[in-house]
Design a protein around this ligand. Structure first.
Ligand code: ADP
Ligand code: MG
Length: 314
């Protein structure tokens, strides 16, 4: 892979947290019920994501690290109705291009698994391996071949903070999945995979003041909203998801704030909608989305927010 490829890879892989995000989304797409993440030195030394998902066939391992190889969409039409988190087939290849990568995987129905290693996108070894069912991806020396980018990394503590936040958000999105996060061998965060979404939020925010929730529906949008009031600030902190995907959507914050009462505190918004109601194809980082009937969504969020705020007892 040449310099241009490395730079393109740098678009997808901005920092350690982007690697964790892509690997975790692959694990979720593979139906994992348990995802473990190990981070060494904020991810600049090593990052490991291990899952118990359906695994990768040994003969597909090389393909998975090649550019634009995705098993998730078969045609351009599928792009219109994306049901998985990944679909571009450029995450693993991008990570591979800017790191030393080691993938071990076994599918449930095969007796042995496979392992592939690559350095800067060049496959350095490949073979059979006895391992447990699922996939383990290890990313070492991120940006070793993009020194300018490597210098740009924040302190291990700052990188770890981002990774922790990301995993906490995913644990809210997927309460039925058990997440384990280790930082330099210490367990930093975990969920059992058996709580409901509200209980995971209480784990994150604490259960005082009480976390309230409300549900609503408008047009094609089903909205669940959780709120923990913070009386002494005017800050709104918001976590928003659409169809299981974390999104940054300023209009949702606006919808919450458009109610008449004080809306400060922690909010979580969970949106379900048919895949063709939302265009996730706006940006490679994929946190911005477009809604076909944004007005319905706005009203639904606003209704839920107002009913929660009206619900408030002094
Ligand atoms: P995308 O997720 O967009 O399809 P990726 O580059 O992230 O592309 O992954 C390439 C392919 O590798 C996926 O389509 C999938 O088939 C396979 N893959 C990657 N990670 C995993 C995993 N943890 N479990 C099973 N398959 C995986
Ligand atoms: Mg992916």
């Amino acid at each position: 892979p040449d310099v241009a490829m490395r730079i393109a890879a740098g678009e997808v892989v901005e920092r350690p947290v982007s690697v964790v995000k892509e690997l975790m989304e692959n694990s979720l797409d593979a139906g994992a019920t348990r995802i473990s993440v190990w981070v060494v030195q904020g991810g600049r030394v090593s990052l490991v994501v291990e899952d118990d998902g359906r695994g990768i066939d040994e003969e597909d391992l090389a393909l998975a690290v090649e550019s634009h190889a995705t098993s998730k969409i078969a045609s351009l039409d599928d792009l219109e109705s994306i049901g998985t988190l990944g679909y571009r087939g450029e995450a693993l290849s991008s990570v591979a291009a800017v790191s030393r990568l080691d993938i071990r995987s076994r599918t449930g129905d095969s007796s042995s698994g496979g392992r592939i290693k690559s350095e800067g996108g060049v496959i350095s070894s490949q073979g059979e391996l006895n391992c447990k069912a699922g996939t383990r991806v290890q990313v070492d020396d991120l940006f070793f071949n993009l020194p300018a980018r490597r210098k740009f990394l924040k302190s291990p503590v700052a990188e770890m903070r981002r990774i922790t936040k990301l995993i906490q958000e995913y644990s809210v999105a997927y309460p039925e999945v058990s997440f384990l996060l280790y930082g330099d061998t210490k367990l930093v965060y975990s969920t059992p995979g058996s709580l409901d979404r509200g209980a995971v939020l209480e784990r994150l925010w604490g259960d005082e003041p009480k976390v309230r929730s409300s549900q609503g529906e408008r047009g094609n949008y089903r909205v669940s909203l959780w709120w923990q009031e913070a009386p002494r600030t005017s800050r709104i902190s918001l976590m928003a998801f659409v169809n299981g995907r974390r999104i940054d959507e300023p209009t949702i914050k606006a919808a919450i704030a458009s109610g008449e009462t004080n809306s400060s505190g922690n909010w979580a918004v969970w949106i379900e909608t048919p895949p063709d109601e939302v265009d996730v194809n706006v940006h490679p980082a994929k946190t911005e989305v477009l809604f076909r009937h944004g007005g319905d969504l706005f009203s639904s969020v606003k209704d839920c927010a107002m009913s929660l705020q009206g619900d408030r007892r002094p």
